[in-house]
Design a protein around this ligand. Structure first.
Ligand code: SF4
Length: 984
């Protein structure tokens, strides 16, 4: 399509500025995209004679507008980190995993090992290869690689991060927070932040909050801990972890009871008025009654539903001109079927969820809950915004303005990472909908390619027949189930995936369950695999639950002396705890050394006003023999002759990743590839167009982004905006054009429940899972205690323990960073002074924190900024001795700790055996559910963190010296000896 709204290639100074200085020094400024966290800010890298001197924010970048954080500015220290891996490494014959005993090998040998092994697996049983990745930004490529390989065993980090946030919101409103949508703080009057740490959308959110507060907006933070963003909130509302669902249901109760919901919005844009079959004897109980007189339109998203019209007092097709449905009441159809509007069922559900009920669970006084509910309801009702933007809805009604109800929310892992998180997040999405804030000014707004259909139309296969030797998988590796027919199970109902995603155990595991992979593969449940390739995920430390046991599993052997997980490949840029367990280590580049895309096929950097994608372009050459993982995948895909990577004459299609990005099309001739901007031979097309050989250069000349602002009439109400929906379908951003009605009541969930109740023909859960599915696949949100709390003794373990990510470090990436280490080199367990005093724990004193799964010794720090029933610490500051090239006695291992030792990846199952410590709907890891007790360490005990592990030696190819202080002096390369540089 022609890029009529696209930004032209601007005539600002070219991307790579070359400035002459006196003498022979060459000073350059190169733009690229930061990757010190996942926020994807634009940066300028300043170089002198090819050496990076400093990094600052790119003022011309629309996301961060020149702002940079501590991490972003410290990228230079990542570049020169002594922990950098520089050569492929092979575990020495006979050495144990975890000791990091390696020999350096060539890339040719590494590729030959992989090619031989993977070719054999692919030709015999492709599912014996599993690829799981951490916080990467290339899932469009890694997912394509897995699919072309033919394995179903692929996922990224979402299952242990925030899949509940994605699934709970997308199954309700067709979009979610973070990359998919967010709060419109430019116009909001009140902003509620719930369960959010400092990292997601970091700089853009900081900019937005600062502007919001200057404009007089009120900021309320609901969180067990007052840190980061919460520290500048106008009101902090402490809440017990895992009880957010109760709080939200009580707020919904108040909004409905006081009539503060936006009736007009709900009637037109949600399924609130649609009639639900309430006949207990019917096989269709709980499903929407179809209107036999209206066309279905699209069997995947049927449009023929009924309202009960207030004017005629009879059932009519939804959105009939002039009709106005009852939202409350009970009616009988001519057929005799008893029906209720879904809103009535919601009202019944929350009737008992009073503020008093929630106060008991959450610790928030009932009066506060009531006050906050009224505040949001009254602002939504009385401070409406009218933008003079005409638009037409999908049913043909023309609107002269866009209306906004200026109440905004933002939420993240604090809500998601609980085994009750899916229903909590459904509650939040429903509350936002009741207030009439979806894709409206001042409320929540989508980011392209969202909104998606509910559920999105992408599907993974539903039978093991999709897996065939030497053949791509017949379906996507990750999809969005709409019914039991979409589960990826065999005829006996058993999981096909190694992580059991899309099985009856975790039916809506739309991001997979990375936290289950090692345990399942080690146990051979549901089967054994051969090769596990892990990219950028520290599964032997902070990215795994039950760290100590998982480390044993990685090194465990069967009765024949063979590793239970036979071959372990790890790709990373640094010597982490995980690389020590690899059989083969592949040294990745840093983000400053490679091409990357933040693709419209994956998670682009779109803003509210339209699609935007971005790239990274190398600013320095790779260190040593480092190779970008993308290039490794393209090389392997070519050697293994995956169809999408091979020409008809069996020659390779793409020279490398750079070439792949330019020339790959989703289908031959589709004109759709990884990058949406500057497509077509002349670079004038957007989204669809022939490959453009100069595409990278055009991104480079435009701050590494392509932005496509939509006309204002397409920027709001996109779920139901005829113009936008037609445009999105035309450019293939959406497959279908039907409106995306908010699902207050989820028929998808009810479909699973009917199967579990034996009322639905076809697939039904095995007996031991029937009750579980029937309970948790409730079409309306409900509150239940997290699964871990259900199997914990509250008297013995009275406290919740949670972690938060600090602003200055991202996951485990940054302890090798000399500058960031100055901010965090160890961590404390933060304890409310009242809680600490009750068990005689001193400020700065050593204590034990213990769950039913394990215990950790660490240091306490008093803090009033935590509610008394919770203890918390920073995530991933603690390190195993010697990892990340830190000295064995570095603070990170002696005084830094992780809580992961206290968290089990499995819980006892009601029917015997175990289940993942995860949400029963989505498989989201229940990180924040662990229950603990604390007590002082004995004075005679060592003043060091426990448990400790044998110190790792530096891996071949990392810096030769262990430095007490990590330091770097620019220009030291030009000093006489390497030794000088190492010891400066
Ligand atoms: S917020 Fe993240 S992406 Fe932005 S500058 Fe900081 S580290 Fe980089």
């Amino acid at each position: 399509m022609k890029a009529e709204h696209a930004m032209p290639i601007e005539n600002h100074p070219p991307d790579r500025k070359l400035t002459s200085r006196s003498g022979s020094e060459r000073v350059e400024v190169k733009t690229t995209t930061c990757y010190m966290c996942a926020c994807r800010c634009g940066i300028r890298v300043h170089l002198r004679d090819g050496e990076i001197r400093y990094i600052d924010g790119n003022p011309e970048h629309p996301l961060n507008k020149g702002v940079i954080c501590a991490k972003g500015a410290s990228g230079i220290m990542k570049q020169v980190s002594p922990a950098r891996l520089t050569q492929p490494l092979l575990r020495k014959e006979g050495a144990d995993r975890g000791t990091g005993t390696f020999e350096a090998i060539s890339w040719e040998r590494a590729f030959a090992i992989l090619e031989q092994r993977l070719a054999k697996i692919r030709a015999t049983d492709p599912k014996k290869f599993a690829l799981f990745t951490g916080r990467d930004q290339m899932q469009a490529l890694t997912g394509l690689f897995a699919r072309q390989f033919g394995t179903p065993n692929y996922a990224a980090h979402g299952g242990f991060c925030s899949v509940n946030m994605a699934a709970g919101m997308i199954y309700t409103i067709g979009g979610s927070f973070w990359e998919f949508g967010g709060p419109d703080l430019d116009r909001a009057r009140i902003f509620f932040m719930i369960g959010t740490a400092e990292d997601h959308h970091s700089n853009p959110l900081k900019i937005a909050i600062s502007k919001f507060k200057r404009n007089g907006g009120r900021f309320v933070s609901i969180n067990p801990v007052r840190t980061g963003y919460s520290a500048i909130a106008d009101e902090w509302v402490p809440i017990r972890p895992g009880t957010d669902g109760a709080f939200l249901l009580a707020v919904i109760h108040e909004i409905i009871a006081t009539g503060l919901y936006d009736r007009e919005f709900l009637v037109r844009y949600s399924n609130a008025g649609q009639l639900v079959n309430c006949d207990g004897d019917s096989a269709d109980e709980g499903l929407f009654v179809p209107d036999g007189q209206s066309p279905e339109v699209n069997p995947q998203y049927p449009q023929n539903k009924l309202w009960w019209d207030r004017h005629t007092n009879r059932a009519v097709a939804t959105h009939s001109p002039g009709a106005d449905p009852f939202l409350l009441g009970e009616f009988t159809l001519d057929s005799g079927v008893r029906v209720k509007p879904s809103f009535q069922l919601l009202e019944e559900r929350v009737r008992e969820c009073t503020p008093e009920w929630a106060a008991e669970l959450t610790g928030i006084p009932a009066a506060t809950i009531r006050r906050l509910a009224h505040e949001m309801g009254i602002i939504a009702r009385d401070q409406k915004i009218e933008l003079p933007i005409a638009w037409t809805d999908t049913w043909g009604v023309e609107h002269e303005t866009v209306t906004g109800n200026p109440v905004a929310f933002h939420a993240m892992r604090g809500l998601a990472a609980h085994s009750n998180g899916f229903h909590t997040i459904r509650s939040l999405a429903i509350l936002m909908s009741l207030l009439g804030t979806i894709d409206r000014p001042g409320g929540f707004r989508h980011k392209a390619p969202f909104p998606r259909a509910i559920p999105p139309s992408a599907k993974s296969p539903n039978s093991p027949d999709a897996i065939k030797p030497n053949t791509p998988l017949a379906g996507l590796v990750l999809g969005w189930p709409a019914s039991p027919d979409d589960l990826f199970i065999d005829d006996a109902g058993k999981p096909v995936r190694i992580d059991k995603g899309f099985s009856w155990e975790y039916p809506l595991a739309v991001h997979g369950l990375m936290h289950n992979v090692i345990t399942n593969a080690w146990r051979g449940d549901p089967y054994r695999i051969d090769t596990l390739l892990i990219f950028m995920a520290n599964m032997a430390w902070n990215s795994t639950m039950n760290t100590s046991e998982v480390r044993k599993m990685l090194n465990d052997k069967d009765e024949h002396g063979h590793f239970k997980i036979p071959f372990l490949v790890v790709c990373d840029a640094f010597q982490s705890e995980m690389t020590a367990f690899a059989d083969l280590v592949l040294p990745d580049t840093t983000y400053l050394e490679r091409h990357d895309v933040m693709s419209m096929l994956d998670r682009p950097i779109s803003e509210f006003d339209g699609p935007m994608d971005a790239v990274r372009i190398p600013v320095v050459p790779p260190k040593g023999e480092c190779k970008p993982f993308q290039d490794v995948l393209v090389e392997l895909a070519s050697r293994l002759k995956f169809p999408a990577f091979t020409n008809a004459d069996q020659s390779r299609k793409f020279a490398d990743y750079r070439d792949f990005v330019i020339n790959y099309e989703t289908e031959p001739g589709s004109g759709i590839g990884f990058l949406s901007g500057w497509r077509g031979k002349d670079g004038k097309q957007f989204l669809k167009g022939e490959p453009n050989p100069r595409q990278w250069e055009m991104y480079a000349a435009n701050n590494c982004i392509y932005r496509y602002p939509l006309p204002p009439s397409y920027q709001y109400m996109r779920n139901w905006n005829r113009g936008y929906l037609e445009w999105a379908q035309r450019v293939r951003m959406r497959r279908f054009g039907e409106p995306i009605l908010i699902q207050l009541y989820s028929e998808v969930l009810q479909t699973f429940r009917l199967a579990a109740q034996g009322k639905r023909p076809g697939r039904q859960p095995p007996p031991h899972l029937r009750q579980r599915v029937a309970t948790y696949f409730d079409p309306l949100p409900f509150y239940y205690a997290p699964l871990e709390a259900q199997v914990s003794d509250p008297a013995r373990y009275p406290l919740n323990a949670v972690t938060q990510r600090p602003m200055a470090m991202y996951h485990s990436w940054d302890s090798q960073n000399a500058w960031l280490r100055q901010i965090h080199a160890h961590n404390y367990l933060f304890v409310n002074p009242r809680t600490a005093a009750a068990v005689q724990i001193a400020d700065d004193g050593w204590l034990w924190v213990e769950s039913q799964w394990g215990r950790v010794r660490c240091m306490a720090r008093y803090s009033e900024a935590v509610e008394p029933g919770t203890v918390w610490t920073w995530n991933a500051i603690g390190k195993a001795a010697g990892a990340w090239h830190l000295a064995p006695d570095a603070n990170e291992s002696q005084r830094g700790f992780i809580l992961n030792h206290l968290i089990s990846e499995e819980l006892p199952s009601a029917g015997g055996g175990t289940m993942s410590n995860a949400d029963p709907v989505t498989g989201q890891a229940g990180w924040y559910d662990v229950r603990v007790r604390i007590y002082p360490a004995e004075p005679s005990e060592a003043k060091e963190v426990a448990p400790q592990f044998q110190a790792l030696a530096p891996a071949p190819g990392t810096s030769r010296l262990r430095q007490l202080w990590l330091a770097y002096f620019a220009g030291a390369d030009r000093l006489p000896t390497d030794r000088t540089k190492e010891t400066l």
